[in-house]
Design a protein around this ligand. Structure first.
Ligand code: NAI
Length: 329
């Protein structure tokens, strides 16, 4: 029976699904609750495939797995920038992802947009202490605003659809224009025009070498005063220090961040008694107009079921030498 070693397997939502799909697909599973490292890599001995989440997979760790005979790495995520794909290829390993439907993240992005324009963080903080005053919590209405959507792939397109009912003006930017988006009446504009015209900017592009810190001090200086920025894509798209300065100066009116720079090792663990070394996160979290969540826009019932099932199905296709729609490199 083929074997798959699963890392970061969560007992409260994934374990039962893994057991169910493992049985259905005829796969023996080794379920490890921890992130893959040089020590627990030995669990993958005898497994051609490993199944991971967002923990870093640098070249040296990949080599350890390759030496144990691992040939296929699937990540139960859409993004795969945490895996050194070039190194994996050089080691003869195949990399795959497990995309789930875009609706969970798209809903969440719209929620963060609404929370940001309606100052929801401040409102919640007040009701928690029975401060029912109104001063400082006046919001804005989407019908009066222009929303710039950067990245119009699966999630960006769904966000555009979701937002179309609110009566806001929509602008899109992508390296590749989608006919579907254009037919829906949303114009593609340059980044410069997004910076100049958008009251709200929402990010839905993957992090690549070319767009690292695409929102930096320079970009922020070109934006509208009071601009609100929502990031449910990847932390590295925004220079945190520039965002902090933008919030402090008032140039940026608010932000909703499901992702931040240097979140690896922090997210999905309970750190409440720990001293953390991510100062930018601490500062951003402290602002009353910045809502931070821990990279969980994806986290719905539908999503977890899909990634567990499809990551295992991809392993099966790989081992059986069948065409595998989830291979990314
Ligand atoms: P997708 O691949 O369907 O779409 C990405 C779009 O971004 C494509 O149209 C692509 O042409 C465009 N793009 C690439 N580079 C760009 C650039 N420099 N500027 C503008 N557009 C660019 O991906 P999908 O499914 O829509 O996901 C988007 C991103 O959302 C993922 O790459 C991932 O980083 C993030 N994500 C975050 C989650 C969360 O829980 N917060 C969950 C899932 C995805």
């Amino acid at each position: 029976m083929m074997k798959v070693t699963v890392y970061n397997c969560r007992s409260f939502d994934e374990k039962e699904l893994f057991e169910q799909y493992g049985k259905e697909l005829g796969i023996e599973l080794i379920l490890c609750p921890d992130a893959p490292d040089a020590e627990n890599a030995a669990l993958a001995k005898g497994s051609e495939c490993i199944d991971i989440i967002t923990s870093k997979m640098p070249a040296d760790l990949l080599k350890v797995f390759a030496d144990y005979g691992v040939k296929y790495i699937t990540t139960r995520t859409i993004g795969y920038d945490h895996i050194d794909v070039k190194a994996a290829k050089e080691l003869g390993m195949t990399v795959a992802n497990a995309p789930y439907g875009p609706c969970g993240v798209a809903d969440y992005a719209v929620m963060l947009i609404l929370m940001t324009i309606r100052k929801m963080k401040r409102i919640l903080e007040r009701t928690n202490i029975q401060d029912y005053s109104l001063c400082g919590i006046q919001g804005r209405e989407l019908k009066d605003l222009t929303v710039g959507v950067i990245g119009t792939g699966r999630i960006g397109k769904t966000v555009l659809k979701n937002l179309s009912g609110f009566g806001c003006k929509l602008l899109a930017y992508d390296l590749y224009e989608s006919a579907e988006v254009k037919e829906s009446g949303v114009p593609y504009v340059t980044l410069e025009e997004i910076w100049k015209n958008a009251d709200v900017i929402t990010l839905h592009a993957p992090l690549t070498d070319d767009n690292y810190h695409m929102i930096d001090q320079e970009a922020i200086s070109r934006m509208k005063d009071g601009v609100m920025i929502v990031n449910t894509a990847r932390g590295g798209l925004i220079d945190s220090e520039a965002l902090i300065q933008g919030i402090e100066s008032g140039k940026v009116g608010g932000a909703g961040l499901d992702v931040v720079e240097n979140e690896f090792g922090l997210y999905y663990y309970d750190h409440k008694s720990d001293i953390l070394n991510n100062r930018e996160l601490a500062v951003l979290r402290g602002f009353p107009n910045v809502t931070v969540s821990h990279h969980m826009a994806f986290y719905t019932d539908d999503c977890v079921k899909t990634v567990v099932r499809d990551s295992l199905l991809g392993c099966k296709y790989f081992v059986e030498g069948r065409e595998n729609p989830w291979e990314v490199a």
